[in-house]
Design a protein around this ligand. Structure first.
Ligand code: KG4
Ligand code: ZN
Length: 360
């Protein structure tokens, strides 16, 4: 098997490689085709409805859904792009971080396709894909770009010197991710999983100054010790206590005002710390990625802060914020274009893949 696969692991170079991207890290089975930074198709199937009654993603259900959806989703993505497997320059697949069984479903499928079609395969970092996707709208990254990652499991700042070769961690959450914090509070407020989008929607109807929500690591000595780190567990505890005390007293919960105060506070912290890091690291461009970048309050706060400080802020259009195949395909195309060697055919999935590792 290795002999045939190895024939295509030579360094590959093209200005606009045609790449199929496959994504299966959580509950979305997705595939897309790009030509360089041009999106030709983008197909997403979700098993979210099957998890909603449990209040969170059940890995076994998600893995089975990936196994069932992968072939139809990939076929549709190729058909909509009007290309055949044999036309592709490369295939890219999320190799981590993510749910172990889900990753295996996507990676096994991608390996089978790459083997059958004799194409180079890149096992790429899902989280890096989340901001690599901004290239579809805004073009390539300037040499020194700062990335804010706000996905369900991560809230991190990364310095991107070269999207294909050099990414280093600047800061991270010390406890919960912003998305996780929203999902937990949403559950207390009675919203279905994932609750982030509901908080966003209700926040638009409330008063952001109604309640004081703690801003972790923004004051005094802890702020000085952790200038680019985040902490959202205090936010979660404070809002949860408030909601539970109202419930215990049988009082009505002012849902809109709670959502507005929470969303405003989190958006301010994320945007203030991101802009400060960009200034200190001399990055003139900030890219944002991950499901939470769909959040209206964060989009507004970051865009305003960027304008005020002369920093170019690139946030993906909402449909490319949550998990999709386009982000994986674009990252694969960046790697192929830069002449990065494809992954060996026996590469493993890594459910806790480091955010500094771009490709397997
Ligand atoms: O990146 P993603 O799709 O999955 C991971 O790779 O983790 O992110 C999912 C997260 C969830 O926590 C979800 O509640 C949050 O993104 N999210 C939002 C919004 N849309 C998705 N949070 C706040 N406002 C939104 N509009
Ligand atoms: Zn994601």
């Amino acid at each position: 098997m290795n002999e045939k696969a190895n024939r295509k692991t030579d360094v590959f170079e093209s200005d606009s490689p045609l790449v199929l991207g496959i994504e299966s890290t959580c509950d979305e089975t997705a595939a897309a085709v790009v030509k360089g930074t041009q999106l030709l198709s983008n197909v997403v199937a979700s098993s979210m409805d099957e998890h909603a009654i449990y209040g969170g993603v059940i890995p076994e259900i998600a893995s089975r859904a990936h196994a069932q959806a992968l072939v139809p989703v990939v076929s549709k993505a190729l058909a909509e792009a009007n290309v055949d497997l044999s036309d592709l320059d490369a295939i890219a697949v999320s190799a981590g971080p993510g749910l172990a069984g889900c990753l295996v479903a996507g990676v096994s499928g991608a390996k089978a396709l790459a083997w059958a079609a004799n194409k180079p395969l890149y096992g790429v970092n899902h989280v890096i894909g989340h901001f690599a996707v901004t290239q579809l709208q805004f073009g390539q990254f300037p040499e020194n770009t700062l990335a804010l990652i706000v996905s369900g499991g991560h809230t991190s700042l990364l310095q991107v010197r070269d999207i294909a070769r050099d990414i280093s961690a600047v800061g991270s959450t010390l406890d919960d991710a912003a998305g996780e914090c929203f999902d937990k509070i949403a559950r207390l407020l009675g919203f279905p999983y994932p609750g982030g989008p509901f908080i966003d929607r209700y926040a638009k109807l409330g008063n952001p100054a109604a309640f004081k929500v703690p801003k972790g690591l923004t004051q005094g000595r802890t702020a000085a010790a952790h200038p680019y780190d985040f902490s959202f567990s205090g936010v979660k505890t404070s809002v949860a206590r408030f909601v539970e005390s109202l419930k215990a007293e049988g009082r009505e919960i002012p849902v809109e005002d709670v959502c507005a105060s929470l969303a405003d506070s989190v958006a301010q912290v994320l945007s203030e710390k991101t802009i400060r890091a960009a200034k200190n690291l001399d990055a003139k461009t900030v890219v944002v990625g991950g499901g939470f970048s769909a959040n209206s309050q964060l989009r507004q706060a970051l865009s305003q802060a960027g304008e005020k400080n002369g920093i170019n802020v690139r946030i993906p259009e909402v449909k490319l914020c949550t998990d999709n195949g386009a982000m994986i395909a674009v990252l694969g195309a960046s790697l192929a274009k830069s002449g990065i060697k494809p992954s060996p055919i026996d590469f493993r999935t890594d459910s806790s893949m480091s955010l500094e590792q771009i490709v397997m």
